[in-house]
Write a protein that binds this ligand. Structure first.
Ligand SMILES: *Cc1c(COP(=O)(O)O)cnc(C)c1O
Length: 473
């Protein structure tokens, strides 16, 4: 064998490099957790960053340890308690280790023989989540790469249940009903499915940015009058911008009345099914036809890993009916162990192994504690904001997503808050994001790190107030 290839597969090199990497990552965890690392986001503008890496690529070949070190140093540090940005979690370390295992084994394929471990674990995990949702033994599910793909998978199942489009092609104008605050991927999925502008019926929201259930009937009748065949109703649990939960019980009742497929997008907040304290937020979720939950948001797993759970196992198999002789002998049998019969993906990651490793190491309880702690922290933050006259809360938070803004200066509030957010990014001491609600710009935090404390939140508000006094607009 060529010595390059032989070296690349050397077990001894691997052993040494892996030990080094684990040491580096453990050091990173110490520095992030103790805030010895003073920046949570080492922000550079994109051009500067590209130039850095182009130069790096030309300079050093073979020095992978230095590369790993730099990749750590120059990334956003999700494990830092001041990370409060997007809805991605700091993975629990055991899941990252499982990630190393799965990347080496590479047995994730959606056909049983190439997923001897990942397919049964996927079933166990799906059944666990189905039970938490409150589904009966008839339920089943699968894992797929992300909430976006999961929502598309669920809507395809809805279409398969309500129409013959898979075989016949489009013969009528289909539509889905969804809140105007729903994640953009629902809109995208509907467009991919050929529904166009008219097929995405956006129901207005109330003050809490929840779907207005009192308008469902009007929106539905209007769609019918326009000649649309409404196939599904989607509930957000919770919405992305503000973390607002739609009234799932009311949505379920409406869907039942009009024989619509009821889908719950629980990418972020479906995880409350693990929390005794907060599961009331998704009352009615057990009446959904399909539910998705991202493990890589509130459930401590590295991206991507998303569950799609169907209330009825048969629905899971209805969607994808192509023949693939080289994969499975009988395309019509409903074998759980060939997960490709139900997923968009063919080869996929061994996601189930990472989730299973968390369960093995820490038990189901860790999910409950994580969700409960972070949702509690959202309420704590809201209370802190309300005690400071310079700040205004967008809405009372139901989850760990909190939107607020600074209102103290006699200047355009949107400009002020946009400036503050930009300053914070440049400083890098805190990472938060922004969102626009009814033309107003708000600062937005997603409290994703269970090591974030009330003191960190006080420090954030102090820092924003300090920046406001020195800001030059
Ligand atoms: C994050 C999110 C999505 C998208 O999920 P990805 O895993 O990022 O693809 C969809 N819906 C909601 C409500 C979300 O919060």
């Amino acid at each position: 064998m060529d010595s390059l290839l032989k070296n690349a597969f050397s077990p001894e090199n691997f052993r040494q490099q892996a030990h080094n990497l684990v040491d580096m990552l453990a050091d990173y965890l110490v520095q992030a957790q103790t805030k010895e690392l003073t920046t949570v986001i080492p922000y550079k503008d994109p051009k500067e960053s590209l130039t850095f890496w182009q130069k790096d690529y030309e300079e050093s070949k073979g020095d992978v340890s230095n590369f790993f070190q730099q990749a750590i140093a120059l990334s956003t540090h999700l494990h830092h308690p001041h990370y409060m940005g997007h809805q991605v979690n700091p993975p629990v370390p055991i899941a990252a280790l499982a990630g190393m295992l799965t990347e080496m084994l590479n047995n994730g394929m959606a056909v049983y023989e190439m997923g001897l471990v990942s397919n049964p674990l996927e079933r166990i995990i799906s059944e666990l989540l189905a039970r938490k949702i409150g589904f009966s033994n008839e339920a089943s599910g699968l894992l797929t790469s992300g909430g976006t793909l999961a929502n598309l998978t669920a809507l395809l199942a809805a279409r398969a249940a309500k129409t013959d489009v898979w075989d016949e092609g489009n013969t009528e104008k289909l539509a889905v009903m969804v809140s105007e605050e729903a994640h953009y991927c629902i809109d995208r999925a509907a467009r991919i499915m050929g529904m166009g502008n008219a097929g995405i019926i956006k129901v207005p929201v109330n003050e809490q940015l929840q779907i207005r259930t009192d308008l469902l009937e009007t929106c539905y009748q209007q769609a019918r009058d326009e000649g649309l065949h409404v196939i599904a109703l989607v509930g957000s649990a919770c919405s992305t911008s503000t973390g607002s939960y739609d009234d799932l019980e009311a949505l379920a009742a409406f869907a039942q009345k009009h024989k619509l497929w009821f889908h719950v997008d629980g990418a972020h907040g479906g995880a409350v099914v693990f929390s005794e304290k907060y599961s009331f937020l998704v009352k009615g979720i057990n009446q959904a036809d399909s539910v998705i939950v991202d493990w890589h948001k509130m459930l401590m797993t590295p991206a991507l890993a998303t569950s799609v759970i169907f209330r009825r196992n048969d629905d899971a198999f209805r969607t994808f009916q192509q023949k693939a002789q080289y994969l499975w002998a009988n395309q019509h049998s409903k074998d759980w162990f060939n997960s490709g019969k139900r997923t968009f993906e063919c080869t996929k990651l061994m996601m189930s192994v990472k989730i299973y490793a968390i369960l093995k190491a820490h038990g189901e309880q860790i999910f409950s504690e994580n969700v409960t702690y972070l949702y509690d922290l959202g309420k704590t933050f809201a209370t802190l904001i309300k005690t400071r006259p310079n700040f205004e809360l967008a809405i009372e938070p139901e989850s760990n997503i909190v939107c607020f803004r600074l209102v103290n200066r006699g200047m355009a509030i949107n400009d002020l808050n946009a400036h503050i957010r930009k300053k914070l990014l440049e400083e890098g001491k805190f990472y938060i994001v922004q969102t626009t609600l009814k033309d107003n710009l708000y600062l937005r935090v997603s409290l994703m790190n269970p090591l974030t404390t009330e003191e960190d939140l006080i420090a954030l508000l102090d820092e924003i107030e300090r920046l406001a006094t020195i800001i030059d607009l």
